[in-house]
Ligand binder design. Structure first.
Ligand code: CTP
Ligand code: CA
Length: 228
């Protein structure tokens, strides 16, 4: 079924995209999550496919339905841990990995088997850190081209560059979600892309489809360049 389209700048490449907000269970009816429409990740998956790649989309909870494209392998996950496992399973033969997902930084230490009943006037939930998926992948990096996202509210450049270095990424796509048109759930975004040497792409307000195409073009050029 997969990959009848064999031409394009990403032909023969395996691209893994993660999207959505992970769900960290408190009990069977409650969870902690992050805002995420899934739109940016879905746009990346579609754009990679259109450029000839073999695409796997690993999606956690999303407001929008994922693309129904038989040529995009869709893997549904719930928690950060599930996403970590799904990504590492596909890591060995992956060429480009893009983490557009909003991964929960903390999860409840205990996830109750049955619904927690209300009792006292206050309730304390103990949270523990999740695995930083990108940071783990950055440590295992071999031939893979690794792209992270940084959604910030202010100081986007500073935080994005720090994450790029800390997680050993090839590119980071930064956006300030407090700016009109760049927030969650919109069809548009305003992003700046950095590599280890600094700014490499600065886009005005454009559609998430356009952001996806431009980021993947950049990745395709760099992956091809590395083979020369
Ligand atoms: N990320 C990840 N695993 C986590 C947390 C984040 O893989 N447990 C990834 C995200 O998918 C994103 C990038 O790391 O591509 C940056 O996420 P972000 O939340 O901005 O960075 P953090 O390192 O979690 O820092 P903070 O939330 O404190 O800003
Ligand atoms: Ca985070």
């Amino acid at each position: 079924l997969q990959n009848d389209k064999k031409s394009g700048p990403l032909a023969g490449k395996k691209v893994v995209v993660t999207a959505g907000g992970t769900v960290e269970r408190i009990d069977p009816v409650r969870y902690i999550s992050n805002d995420s429409s899934g739109k940016m990740g879905f746009a990346l998956a579609r754009a990679a496919r259109a450029m000839g790649a073999q695409v796997t989309l690993i999606a956690a909870r999303t407001d929008e339905a994922p693309p129904r494209d038989a040529d995009i392998e869709l893997v549904r996950v719930e928690s950060a841990q599930d996403m970590y496992e799904a990504v590492t399973d596909r890591w060995a033969d992956c060429d480009i990995l893009i983490k557009a997902a909003a991964v929960a930084d903390y999860r409840p230490r205990h996830s109750a088997e049955s619904k927690i009943k209300k009792s006292g006037d206050t309730m304390t939930l103990e949270l523990v850190k999740t695995t930083d998926i990108l940071e783990s992948l950055g440590k295992m990096k071999d031939k893979q081209f690794l792209i992270g996202f940084a959604a910030e509210t202010g100081n986007a450049e500073y935080y994005a560059k720090d994450k790029l270095v800390r997680k050993n990424l090839d590119l980071i796509v930064a956006n300030d979600v407090a700016v009109e048109g760049a927030g969650f759930g919109t069809d548009t975004n305003i992003v700046s892309v950095y590599d280890a040497n600094g700014l490499v792409l600065d886009l005005p307000l454009v559609s998430k489809d356009e952001v996806a195409r431009r980021v993947l073009q950049l990745a395709a050029e760099r992956v091809a360049g590395a083979l020369l």
